[in-house]
Design a protein around this ligand. Structure first.
Ligand SMILES: NC(=O)c1ccc[n+]([C@@H]2O[C@H](COP(=O)([O-])OP(=O)(O)OC[C@H]3O[C@@H](n4cnc5c(N)ncnc54)[C@H](O)[C@@H]3O)[C@@H](O)[C@H]2O)c1
Length: 354
């Protein structure tokens, strides 16, 4: 078994979990070769906790790229720094596993696609929510064909972030398009995953009704036309004062030919089958078990890929579809129009030259 030496960009916030839980879940297969964080306090705590040497800890990405011998880079800093981190890894020819979203701006997404194409490095995006038992249970029912084709999918995220800093890191409360960029990218990716279809067009709105806890947009309502004949509807709220469907408790409902599959915050997948004259049958499905879940599952798949195995589902090439939904949603709201998501994908694949 090959041991992968990881350079981890970011050491606090979500990166603290990568360093202490998600990467160590793979035991001897993983070694932390170096860490980078602009905060010297965060760096010092991580160094102590992980038993690293001073020479493995950096306050600048450039310095780390210059001196750390690594086999892979994990990027776990806020989205506006992803481009710099990815371009640095490309210059070193290093495989990249980056946190979502690909970047904070469409211009940066195009630059990242260009840089990784030119460097030819393997790159995947962390979409951990595909790899959870509740979602895998739902997906298994869909894939079994029991309820037939998906007519439409409904996704709901709702979290009470009405207090300042309720959503963790300050940048989420200060950035533009906060809910879409930091939150909805997960749900757009999930709607693609569950329907097994890409998005053709998207329309709808993001807005901030004047909530003091956010500078940017924190509510979202969208409708999507998917590539296999299904439609999708998305509701996202960072100001939920009622029923909560927050992280890992998102609600999904798949309305299919022969019934519906429903998942809510109780994590139970229910198959609802209505038969005219005989009423409704509701079956609760046993939840699947997984050797690794969420982040750890994707990290394992990424290393399998580097070992010569199958690519993870969420390579950059795939995730560009979810990312185009995100930036299509921003454009749809700004212009009040229906946005052609596949034109955005083609634009990025052509590196923004079309
Ligand atoms: N997949 C998930 O479930 C999930 C959950 C939370 C966050 N995230 C993602 O993780 C990433 C980081 O989010 P976060 O909440 O941890 O952010 P954060 O603001 O807590 O920052 C994480 C760390 O990065 C450091 N940092 C900031 N800028 C840096 C730079 N230029 N160079 C080096 N270090 C820098 C900070 O000091 C901090 O310790 C984002 O892309 C976010 O979307 C993913």
């Amino acid at each position: 078994m090959k041991q992968y030496r990881w350079l981890v960009i970011g050491a606090g916030g979500m990166a603290a979990n990568w360093l202490r839980r998600f990467l160590p879940a793979h035991g001897e297969r993983v070694r932390i070769a170096g860490i980078v964080d602009v905060s010297t306090d965060v760096l010092a705590t991580a160094r102590k906790d992980l038993g690293l040497a001073e020479s493995q800890c950096f306050t600048s990405m450039a310095a780390a790229y210059d001196s750390v011998e690594a086999d892979a880079v994990a990027i776990v800093v806020p989205p506006r720094f992803h481009r710099q981190a990815i371009e640095g890894a490309c210059e070193r020819g290093l495989p990249i596993l980056s946190e979502k979203p690909v970047a904070e701006s469409w211009e940066d997404v195009q630059a990242i696609v260009r840089a990784t194409d030119v460097a030819g490095v393997p790159i995947a995006i962390m979409q951990n929510y595909r790899q959870t038992p509740r979602i895998q249970t739902l997906k298994r029912v869909l894939d079994s064909g029991r309820v037939g084709a998906v007519r439409y999918a409904v996704g709901r995220f709702a979290a009470d972030y009405r207090e300042p800093l309720a959503w963790g890191a300050p940048f989420r409360h200060e950035m533009r398009h906060a809910l879409l960029v930091e939150g909805s990218i997960h749900h757009f990716d999930q709607l693609r995953h569950l329907t097994g279809q890409d998005c053709l067009t998207i329309s709808g709105h993001e807005w901030n009704p004047g909530a003091p806890s956010f500078k940017g947009e924190c509510l979202a309502l969208y409708v999507m036309k998917m590539s296999g004949g299904a439609f999708a509807q998305y509701e996202g709220s960072g100001l939920a004062g009622g029923w909560q469907n927050t992280w890992h408790g998102e609600a999904y409902r798949l309305e299919c030919e022969g019934g519906a599959i429903v998942l809510d915050r109780d994590h139970v997948v229910r198959v609802q089958e209505h038969q005219r004259g005989r009423g409704m049958r509701v079956e609760e499905m046993p939840t699947v078990t997984m050797p690794h879940e969420g982040h750890a599952a994707v990290i394992g798949q990424f290393m399998d890929w580097l070992d010569g195995g199958a690519a993870p589902q969420t390579t950059l090439a795939d995730n560009l579809q979810s990312t185009a939904m995100l930036f299509g949603a921003i454009e749809a709201s700004a212009s009040g129009s229906v946005v052609d998501v596949q034109a955005l994908v083609a634009d990025a694949r052509g590196h923004g030259r079309s």
